[in-house]
Design a binder for this molecule. Structure first.
Ligand code: NAP
Ligand code: MG
Length: 498
């Protein structure tokens, strides 16, 4: 471990980082069968912060066998709904107890400011386990009225879909794990989750918490490893009944192909190119702050980031100048520095991707109003960037950048149908925000937008109770809220002749 360079500002997380974090398979904390590990890097410095197990197909096979056996033998099914609630609440309590440690891990692993992890990611994680714990006692079916001749009693039951494979990204590492694991457990499924290779730390710490919360062995299995090996093996595994994936649209399509072998159920939460639409009667100051937050929160590494900024020509100049002014003042630095408002991008790969898009925007004729540069020469920092003069066919408009880069475009008229059509001119349909002081206009425009979420005078606000997911190529199915149980339950219809 003496090769690790731990940041002296870490107050809670060094112990965990120092103890060679392990995966959770069948109730035991284990290394990879191959004994291989891979390096985890702090994106603020490029320094190695840990070596974690490189799970591959063999480890996936073990984990799936444990989840399968646990599911089929009814280990989790026999735990009463209220006891399931209690267990999920226990996980929430333990996450809450270790909030600072988990926020530090998230910050040095993903790059996000500690304060953001502490006040945004972690409370949502806690809430997700509590909210889904509440559903464990409420997932019932209904009685069904009959029309045809004869007397029958029909009712439905909600049953768990079975063994669930879950593959998550690096942008909200622990929160994505919570979005996946909590509802699956409430529904009575058993789980094999693979963390993103860039950000495995909090998933491995959660594995310890799940042990401490006395989740029965084999019910939750947590692996670290690479997408092309461990992820692909999980997606293709014949004993997995359902796969839940969050990540790129490109890999989402691979998941669908891999799932075809045993026709496992699939839910996908993929990319986006979400518009923030500012109407001429908007509260301009609120819209400026909101549009800036829509793109710069989490360094633009949000699937629902407001990456296309549409403003009516009457307010366009003011809005762009205001967003550019905020961008110029954002303090970019390491996540553990208390003054930092925006950290580094997650990895060298993501840094290369975002800077490539900035270059492409310039080459295709867009104008940089602010930013467009690397910050410093250590770590993966990119300045918050605002592009003007963007055109619908530019790569920076059609493709997801997943970085702190917003593309501004004016619109000319007040025809809501036309505004809606422009906003919908994308292969994605994850989210949108509408900024206006006219309630009627807001709801009329919301109805014209083809996306799973529409925010009015806000952006990037979440609650465990709200379904979230995409139209079009932004995905299949919904996460969170009651809707998530479509992903994790089967409906059984039972009919008795009376
Ligand atoms: P990604 O490759 O789609 O990764 C997401 C998850 O899928 C990771 O756990 C990844 O493992 C795994 N994976 C990769 N290839 C796989 C395969 N063939 N079979 C099964 N699982 C596989 O995303 P990324 O490379 O990290 O980021 C690329 C782009 O995806 C981003 O720039 C962004 O546009 C988009 N993205 C979207 C979201 C979202 O919330 N919708 C989140 C992250 C990224 P590894 O980590 O080992 O690759
Ligand atoms: Mg990848």
């Amino acid at each position: 471990m003496d090769t690790l360079e731990l940041d002296p500002r870490l107050r809670h997380a060094s112990t965990f980082l120092g103890r060679s974090p392990k995966m959770l398979i069948d109730g035991r904390m284990v290394g990879a069968l191959s004994s291989k590990t891979f390096e985890v890097v702090n994106p603020a410095t490029g320094a190695v912060i840990a070596n974690v197990p490189e799970g591959d197909k063999a480890d996936v096979d073990l984990a799936v066998a444990a989840a399968r056996r646990t599911f089929d033998s009814g280990v989790w099914a026999k735990v009463s709904p209220s006891e399931k609630s209690r267990i999920l609440w226990r996980v929430a309590d333990l996450v809450e107890r270790d909030l600072e440690e988990l926020a530090e891990l998230e910050s040095i692993d993903n790059g996000k400011p500690y304060a953001v992890a502490r006040v945004a990611d972690l409370p949502l994680v806690v809430d997700m386990f509590r909210y889904m714990g509440g559903w464990a006692t409420k997932l019932g079916g209904r009685t069904i009225p009959w029309s045809l001749p004869g007397q029958f009693l029909s009712y439905t039951m909600k049953e768990p879909v079975g063994v669930v494979g879950q593959i998550i990204p690096w942008n909200f590492p622990l929160l994505m794990a919570a979005w996946k694991i909590a509802p699956a457990l409430a529904a009575g499924c058993t789980v094999v989750l693979k963390a993103a290779e860039q950000t495995p730390m909090t998933a491995l710490r959660l594995a310890e918490i799940i042990q401490e919360a006395e989740v029965p062995a084999g019910v939750v299995n947590i692996l670290t490893g690479f997408g092309e090996t461990a992820g692909a093996a999980l997606a293709a595994h014949p004993d997995v009944d359902k796969i839940a994936f969050t990540g790129s649209t490109e890999v989402g399509k691979l998941i669908v192909q891999a799932a075809a072998g045993n026709l496992k159920k699939v839910s996908l939460e993929l990319g986006g190119k979400s518009p923030a639409i500012i109407l001429p009667d908007a509260d301009v100051d609120a819209a400026i702050a909101g549009a800036a937050n829509a793109i710069f929160f989490n360094h633009g590494q949000c699937c629902c980031a407001g990456s296309r900024l549409f403003a009516h020509k009457k307010v366009y100049d003011k809005i762009v100048a205001g967003v550019a002014d905020i961008a110029a003042k954002i303090k970019v630095g390491p996540g553990l520095d208390p003054a930092t408002e925006m950290g580094p991008l997650v990895s060298d790969e993501q840094f290369a991707r975002v800077t490539r898009y900035i270059k492409s925007g310039r080459e295709q004729g867009a104008k940089v109003a602010v930013g467009g540069e690397r910050v410093g020469n250590l770590g993966y920092f990119v300045a918050p960037t605002v592009f003007e003069n963007t055109k619908p066919d530019m790569q920076i408009i059609t493709e997801e950048i997943f970085g702190p880069v917003v593309c501004a475009m004016p619109f000319e008229d007040d025809d809501l149908d036309r505004i809606g059509r422009e906003a919908n001119d994308t292969s994605y349909g994850l989210a949108a925000s509408v900024w206006t002081t006219n309630g009627g206009t807001a709801h009329k425009l919301a109805q014209r937008i083809r996306s799973g979420t529409v925010w009015i005078n806000c952006h990037n606000v979440f609650d465990a109770s709200l379904p979230f997911g995409g139209y079009k190529q932004s995905g299949w199915g919904r996460e969170m809220g009651e809707e998530v149980f479509h992903n994790y339950t089967e409906t059984k219809a039972i009919t008795a002749a009376l």
